[in-house]
Design a protein around this ligand. Structure first.
Ligand code: SAM
Ligand code: TMP
Ligand code: ZN
Length: 415
């Protein structure tokens, strides 16, 4: 390897197959991405080195350092999808889809991993179908209960899955959105799925897709919670390892590009043509080749330089810049680029649990949307770019008042 020297950190072992993980991007010292805190709180903050590599054996792209799960998912975990009308409707559509297909037999049973505030399962509960959500974060789990969803306030893993299998019997569907990629212990997850899933059941999960991340240079999809960046090839490899097969894939427009993977027991279902097609596409574009990943890393450093230069120039011109969406993604951008309250005055966010607090690491105040509307800035730096359509539609007055949107993926540009 020509570009590795004595300062290059040693390679680590793949969390899935034990192969060698070769690091390709270092995003520096980072806090827990959704640990918002009060302005007065100056107690020590948890930091870790956010770096990402790929396994030279099974191709799985993964973080090289793991943040303990209780640091991320706890009583006060603030994220919910319910703040987005689009996502709320999207998940009710997901539930209806299952109710019409996999859940039509006698007394069907669906389990969700990371059921959060019940955004998907509340539709299942309303239909009177047997279900259980696994959700370790206390406050969001309570919101789901209040909406009539049956929740176990716990992590899904082999032991808890076995307990559920013993009490509730086999599941027809195990579903998970934006959660499986958060879980380093995939071995325990797959053994849990093996214990709980019926013989012809499906394990369906959807997460940000490596193919979209590379294409859009959306490096902010890399943060503590996103331990894995999946591709069809790496998911197929991990499924095979635990006696399962990848039987369907579907690309999704949500969160900047995701893939929904459908996993079944080996031999139980015939893989669709979409699986063959996506695997072929990934091979053709050499998605997990070292050269592709290093080129991506070069592009990311280019974005950092351009974004800091743009914000510095705007400040020099006396322009006001406010962030929009205190996303987990924004923690990566702000801390990697060293952008603090001197460059971004505050961040507007509709999540009540984030308002009045400061962002992790860079300590930028988070304020409610009415503070944004009261005194529009010259520029809004859109951290929630994955919700651009919904946000731009609701913030037309900002643009009518001369405001401009500033984006940083796939490059720094103003719209
Ligand atoms: N599925 C929801 C959605 O897409 O809006 C929530 C996604 S949120 C990014 C991830 C959720 O997974 C959090 O609510 C977190 O507490 C939960 N989680 C993390 N590890 C988990 C595990 N091992 N089992 C079940 N839930 C888990
Ligand atoms: P996400 O990109 O991880 O889904 O997070 C989106 C964040 O943006 C979340 O904190 C809620 C916030 N948000 C708004 O402030 N206004 C909006 O209209 C939407 C859709 C999200
Ligand atoms: Zn591996």
């Amino acid at each position: 390897m020509t570009d590795r020297d004595s300062t290059t950190p040693p390679d680590v072992t793949c969390r899935v197959c034990g192969g060698q993980v070769e690091e390709f991007l270092d995003l520096g010292s980072q806090p827990v991405s959704q640990r918002f805190r009060t302005q007065e709180d100056t107690s020590g903050e948890f930091f870790f080195r956010l770096a990402v590599g790929h396994c030279t054996t099974c191709t799985m792209v993964q973080l090289v350092e793991e943040v303990p799960r209780d640091e991320m998912f706890h009583e006060d975990y603030p994220f919910t999808s319910t703040g987005s009308r689009y996502m709320t409707e999207y998940f009710s559509g997901v539930a209806k889809g299952f109710l019409e297909t996999e859940l039509t037999g006698p007394d069907p049973f669906i389990v969700e991993i990371g059921s959060n505030d019940g955004v998907m399962l509340r539709t299942v509960a309303e239909a009177g179908v047997r279900h259980l959500g696994f959700e370790p974060s206390g406050k969001v789990a309570e919101m789901a209960r209040a909406a009539g969803v049956r929740v176990r306030n716990d992590f899904f893993e082999e032991s808890t899955a076995r307990e559920t299998a013993a009490v509730d019997g086999p599941a027809d569907v195990i579903y998970s959105a934006n959660t499986i990629c958060h879980i380093p212990y995939l071995d325990s997850i797959f053994r849990g799925v093996d214990a709980l899933l019926g013989p012809n059941g499906v394990f369906v999960f959807e997460d940000p897709y490596l193919g979209d991340i590379i294409e859009k240079r959306s490096f902010d999809q890399i943060y503590d919670e996103h331990f894995y960046l999946f591709s069809a090839r790496s998911v197929q490899a991990v499924a095979n390892r635990f006696g399962f097969d990848l039987v369907d894939v579907r690309r999704l427009p949500v969160h900047g590009g995701e893939v929904r993977y459908t996993i079944a027991r080996l031999g139980a279902r015939t893989p669709s043509a979409a699986v063959t097609a996506l695997l072929a596409e990934e091979a053709e574009r050499e998605l997990t080749a070292a050269a592709t990943l290093r080129e991506f890393a070069r592009g990311v450093r280019e974005i950092r330089t351009a974004l800091v230069a743009k914000l510095t120039a705007l400040r020099a011109e006396g322009r006001r810049v406010v962030g929009y969406g205190a996303t987990a993604k924004s923690a990566t951008v702000l801390n990697f680029c060293g952008i603090g309250p001197d460059l971004v005055e505050f961040i507007s966010d509709s999540t009540v649990a984030k308002q009045g607090l400061v962002t992790p690491g860079q300590r930028i105040p988070v304020r409610p949307p009415w503070d944004f509307a009261e005194n529009y800035p010259d520029y809004a730096l859109l951290f929630a770019w994955n919700h651009a359509e919904e946000i731009m539609a609701k913030e037309q007055e900002f643009v009518a008042n001369g405001g401009r949107w500033l984006l940083y993926v796939p490059d720094v540009h103003v719209v």
